[in-house]
Design a protein around this ligand. Structure first.
Ligand code: ADP
Length: 489
């Protein structure tokens, strides 16, 4: 639990949540920054262009009107300027080629003062040298535009016109736009903050849950499941995690059951051996006949221990090499059956059980001969062990285009439907007492099942309608026989 807390409680400043939130906010701030500057630049640029065009036009009109006078005089220029309506300009100044001001619209200074004044404006000086000069700037909420053009008569500069305009109206529109954009941006930023907090929380919640789940898993809590809604990648990850924990839980459960069953199976014969040896040791007057009986019993229990450990070892070997690392060759099932029957016929004879063979010849599978022997031996041994006295067993070998079938059928006690699905589990026995009495370990069918599956085959169990059981094993035919087609039974 402590470990889990250590993993899930990350300080906020280091959390993925903060990183997500900051990324959103940084992105929004960048977008808003662009929104606040780009439209303003574009509008300013448009106004600048409009100002310069209008200034150029008006300066040209004044210059050409004044030029028509041939000689520039104060009276003449003032007269012309009164006729021209250039009220949109804040200041109009006309000077002769020496810079002497002939007309100045600003507060009637030209009328008040009799003293000659010379124009010092940079633009006008340049205009008197023959250049057109225009400029427009925007600051403190107003556009300041100024410009000057030469007055030319017969290709000679005889004076200059200077214009100045101060426009706070357009400036107010731009300032208004700026303020509105700022307000909208602040609103959007507040909204983005809220959304980023919500989104980062939604995105990191499944990660936090998964982390807690993994931490639980590390401590062996295989029942841990993570609940995540939605269908995104994180939901897929959570589903994969849940599948994994479910499998681990099953495997762990199987492992526990296996260990407990195995210990129990080993304990029973060991307890009998202990009891028998104690009896011999404590009973000084025991006759040799009884001692021999007891020692024989000890031998039987030891045999049982050997059988169990051998089968456990066989299963462990298969667990370690699930895809069958045993040496494989083309094995004829008929030969394997004949070897197994050599060992098992005496057992069948003891109870007068007849064995009938219906075998397709030369039916070869690609497998380990030892493993196939184990399969046939276990199935036929069971058919004898769980048969009735005077019962019958049929062993069939058939083949299809690409599979070999081994069918072992008996007239025995049968397996109830509800047990059929479980008999391939380790240590699972329908009737424990009968199995033990017959020397069973509960491991034979698991070995058969695992061997068949490891060799690419399948096994099925069915009830025989007339009573008894049928085991059907399907195995892939060895390569060289696949094309030969089906042959008789
Ligand atoms: P065991 O060593 O007990 O025979 P197996 O794994 O070979 O273990 O078989 C598991 C159980 O399946 C047996 O205990 C028995 O109850 C049942 N079983 C297996 N084969 C047959 C059969 N041919 N007829 C009836 N029951 C069978």
């Amino acid at each position: 639990m402590q470990e889990q807390q250590k993993i899930t409680k990350i300080p906020f400043w280091r959390s993925l949540r903060l990183k997500f939130a900051l990324s959103y906010v940084a992105l929004i701030v960048a977008v808003l920054g662009l929104l606040n500057t780009y439209p303003i630049f574009v509008s300013q640029d448009m106004v600048f262009k409009a100002k310069l065009t209008s200034l150029q036009n008006q300066a040209a009109v004044i210059a050409s009107t004044v030029a028509s006078m041939e000689e520039l005089t104060q009276e003449g220029v003032t007269q012309v300027m009164e006729v021209l309506d250039e009220s949109s300009m804040n200041r109009i100044l006309v000077a002769d080629q020496n810079g002497l001001i002939l007309y100045d619209s600003d507060s009637g200074q030209s009328e008040r003062s009799d003293e000659p004044r010379y124009a010092m404006m940079q633009e006008l000086v340049l205009a008197l040298e023959g250049s057109d000069v225009f400029q427009s700037t925007y600051s403190a909420g107003a556009f300041r535009s100024s410009g000057a053009v030469p007055v030319q008569y017969r290709n000679a500069t005889i004076g200059g016109v200077y214009l100045y305009e101060y426009d706070s109206e357009q400036g107010a529109i731009i300032t208004g736009l700026q303020q509105n954009l700022m307000r909208i941006s602040l609103l959007l930023l507040a909204l983005a903050l809220l959304i980023s907090v919500f989104l980062s929380r939604t995105m990191t919640r499944p990660i936090i849950r998964l982390t807690a789940g993994i931490s639980g898993l590390r401590q062996g809590e295989y029942s841990t499941r993570v609940e995540v809604s939605g269908r995104d990648e994180l939901a897929m990850l959570a589903t994969a995690f849940n599948d994994m924990t479910e499998r681990l839980e099953k495997t762990d459960e199987m492992r526990r059951r296996f260990v407990s069953d195995a210990s129990h199976e080993l304990k029973t014969p060991l307890a009998s051996i202990k009891l028998l040896t104690d009896s011999i040791a404590q009973n000084e007057n025991m006759d040799s006949e009884t001692i021999r009986d007891f020692v024989q019993d000890i031998g039987t229990e030891a045999d049982r221990l050997v059988r169990i450990t051998e089968k456990l070892l066989a299963l462990t070997r298969m667990d370690n090499a699930p895809h069958g690392q045993a040496e494989r060759s083309s094995v004829d099932l008929v030969n394997v059956i004949s070897d197994a029957l050599h060992m098992l016929t005496p057992l069948a004879d003891q109870r007068n059980i007849s064995i009938h063979l219906i075998l397709a010849q030369n039916c070869r599978v690609m497998a380990s001969a030892d493993e196939m022997y184990q399969v046939v031996f276990n199935l036929v041994e069971n058919a004898i062990k769980y048969n009735v006295n005077d019962g019958k067993i049929w062993i069939r070998v058939r083949r299809s285009a690409d599979s070999a079938f081994l069918i072992v059928e008996d007239t025995g006690i049968g397996i109830p439907q509800e047990d059929r699905a479980r008999i391939f589990e380790r240590f699972y026995r329908v009737d424990k007492a009968r199995s033990r009495e017959a020397g069973g370990t509960g491991l034979g069918l698991s070995i058969v099942h695992d061997t068949v599956v490891a060799n690419g085959g399948a096994i099925r169990v069915d009830a025989r309608p007339e009573g008894g059981t049928v085991f059907i094993v399907q195995l892939p035919l060895a390569q060289e026989h696949k094309t030969e087609g089906e042959s008789g039974t």
